[in-house]
Ligand binder design. Structure first.
Ligand code: DQA
Length: 151
């Protein structure tokens, strides 16, 4: 099973960016932990500060991935294009936010993206990515049990 994690703008700065909100770990460090924890899955990680690059990666995920974990950063609140891409690809997609966006500024309460995702995890820190992967793996296994193994 292939799961693609996509991080949007400014998330390349994790570990250095507002550590009181986002924690002390870089995503690269955390990604190594995820790969150990989910050794049976094929995990890929992509980060970009550019909306178009995230769109291209989502289209690509629609062809190649069995699930997407998407932290679109501030684009979650502003980008109809990213919301449209998630709706278009139909690959199961879980939205993650490290911080609890609903406990923060009002402009973070709006999310074009959330309604197009299968679910949303917000405010559980980096653990939100692991929980999203657990859900996607469970969903994939359940589908296989119902349909028989994919060839
Ligand atoms: C974030 C929340 C967004 O509001 C913010 O713009 C980010 C990070 C989070 O993971 O908590 O860049 O997506």
């Amino acid at each position: 099973m292939r799961i693609l994690i996509i991080n949007g703008p400014n998330l390349n700065l994790l570990g250095r960016r507002e550590p009181e909100i986002y924690g002390p770990l870089s995503f690269e460090e955390y990604f190594q932990q995820l790969k150990t924890r989910f050794g049976g899955l094929h995990l890929e990680y992509f980060q970009s500060n550019h909306e178009g690059a995230i769109l291209d990666k989502l289209h690509d995920a629609g062809m190649r991935a069995d699930g997407v974990v998407l932290n679109a950063g501030a684009f979650a609140h502003t980008s109809i294009a990213i919301a449209d891409a998630v709706a278009a690809i139909r690959t199961p997609t879980v939205e993650v936010h490290i911080s609890n966006v609903f406990a923060r500024e009002a402009y973070r309460h709006q999310a074009y993206l959330s309604a197009k995702c299968d679910g949303c995890i917000t405010g559980l820190g980096l653990e939100g990515y692991a929980l999203a992967i657990e859900y996607l793996a469970h969903r994939f296994r359940s589908a296989q049990t119902l349909e028989g193994p994919q060839v």
